[in-house]
Design a protein around this ligand. Structure first.
Ligand code: TYD
Ligand code: MG
Length: 469
């Protein structure tokens, strides 16, 4: 079945290259420091224009001769076989496991735990031979990490410290692994190009070679890609269209929680999300996220409000904390952790303008529990409640939760899949939930023990929460 001959590349092949400006696309035969067209500095990158390959071994020729148009009705539907990653959370994000011949990019900031996650997977998988190619760590370093993560023997896990793709393909041919992990794509180098490892053209070329390997041999390939904090060197971004699945590994370095988010998936939904906790002995799955995202305090503190959010298809309860205080310095400070500061400023503007809260001269700090970044706009209502609670220094009782979006005119808007959210809040023992009135069409609130409070405006919520204060 495996066509290993197809993965050989002629290392003596010569390529024609040109230099392109990353910013405006201007072309040049040689590298220039400053783009004459747009004036940007250091934007020229080498790109391959023509690759001269021996026709018999060429990539494109092999596919041209075999392919022919076919009516889609005649294409047989195959259930793609999937290999489990041994992490339920990871499998779900991938759409049910690793698909044969697929190429997955796992992106994330340095030190977030990408190598740990994939090495742990490689060690845990029993039924498949896994090759872990590392261009970053030595065998001894990998062994040390493996010893921390896994006490048992892992006879099916092989490590290779190599950065040349052509060398890797040779080893793949002899070892014939079932899964390949490449750590990281930025350290890989193809001898078909002269440019340094990590340059745009090397990234593209190496990714294309691994993609070719995956497609011709059916071996799934995982590529690890670094993304820097400020997003300037967004190398993996340019790979997104080459690969089948793009996963992002994120989390706050200072908290133990890590999230694998799916950004693109040809074999499943993109709305899935897996939650892990980084511990002394590696990553552990978190099966019930609500338990960790709610603080365990018994007393009521002002400034805390619980939101019912959906991440992927999974509902979870998460605590939001706000601190509103009088600004000591002239310009009030605004800061948000786990939430977009611009969205917070928008909510503050709505509160100021529509609800006549004088927040303009106040410092506002916002924190989402666990360092988790929340995208679901249903968290807005809880954030508003937390800010108001802190502003007037009156606590909200811990058994109350919120799910609603805020409009610019101060109206509380409906959110998606409200039934799932209510059911989760009910299951976790919440007694009161504020939702938009427009969300309750066709929903029988009497089915739940939790009291559903429909509202249309923030003022109504204020009255219910704090009386006439
Ligand atoms: P790593 O997987 O090397 O990150 P990446 O490959 O994304 O750069 O993870 C590095 C961090 O994880 C490091 O700061 C130490 C921490 N860590 C643990 O807390 N527990 C462990 O068992 C391991 C292996 C790492
Ligand atoms: Mg690493």
């Amino acid at each position: 079945m495996c066509n290993f001959a197809a993965i050989k590349f002629d290392s003596m092949a010569k390529n024609k290259t040109q230099y392109f400006c990353k910013n405006c696309g201007a072309q040049s035969a040689q590298w220039i420091g400053r783009c004459p067209s747009c004036g940007e500095w250091n934007t020229f990158e080498e790109e391959v224009i023509v690759r001269e390959e021996t026709p018999a071994k060429g990539r494109s020729n092999a596919t041209v001769t075999k392919s022919a148009p076919k009516p889609i009705d005649e294409v047989s539907l195959q259930q793609l076989p999937r290999i489990s990653t041994t992490f339920g959370e990871f499998d779900r994000v991938l759409g049910g496991g690793i698909v044969a011949g697929s190429i997955v990019l796992l992106g994330g900031e340095p030190g977030i735990g990408k190598s740990t996650l994939l090495l742990q997977m490689a060690l845990n998988i029993k039924e498949a031979k896994v090759l872990y190619v590392s261009g970053e760590e030595s065998e001894a370093q990998l062994k040390m990490r493996a010893a921390r993560l896994f006490a048992q023997k892992a006879p099916n896990c092989y490590v290779l410290t190599e950065t040349s793709t052509q060398e890797i393909f040779k080893h793949v041919e002899t070892l014939r692994p079932d899964i390949i992990i490449v750590d990281s794509i930025q350290t890989m180098q193809s001898s078909l190009l002269d440019s340094a490892a990590g340059s745009i053209s090397q990234l593209k070329e190496c990714a294309a070679e691994f993609q070719h390997l995956a497609k011709t041999t059916g071996i799934p390939v995982f590529l690890i890609g670094h993304i820097t904090k400020d997003g300037t060197l967004a190398g993996p971004k340019i790979l997104e269209h080459i690969v089948d699945t793009v996963l992002q590994f994120e989390g706050d370095q200072h908290y133990g929680y890590r999230i694998v988010r799916c950004i693109k998936n040809r074999f499943g939904s993109t709305s899935e999300l897996g939650i892990f906790e980084m511990t002394q002995d590696g990553l552990h799955e978190i099966l019930n996220p609500s338990e960790i995202l709610l603080s365990q305090h018994e007393e009521d503190y002002s400034g805390n409000a619980v939101a019912s959010i959906l991440e992927g298809n999974r509902p979870m309860m998460i605590e939001t904390q706000a601190l509103v205080s009088t600004a000591v310095y002239g310009v009030p400070q605004r800061s948000a952790t786990g939430y977009d500061i611009r969205r917070m400023n928008m909510l503050l503007a709505v509160l100021e303008k529509r609800c006549h809260f004088k927040l303009g001269a106040k410092d506002v700090f916002l924190n989402i529990a666990g360092g988790v970044r929340v995208e679901d706009p249903a968290i807005n209502l809880a954030i508003v409640a937390a800010i108001l609670s802190s502003a007037i220094d009156m606590p909200i009782d811990t058994k109350t939760c919120f799910a609603g979006e805020m409009g610019l005119s101060g109206e509380v808007r409906p959110v998606s899949r409200i039934v799932q959210r209510i059911a989760e809040a009910d299951k976790l023992g919440f007694t009161r939930m504020f939702v938009s009135k427009y969300n309750l069409k066709g929903i029988k609130t009497s089915d739940y023990t939790i009291k559903i409070i429909p509202i249309t405006k923030v003022e109504e919520m204020m009255k219910q929460l704090f009386g006439n204060n």
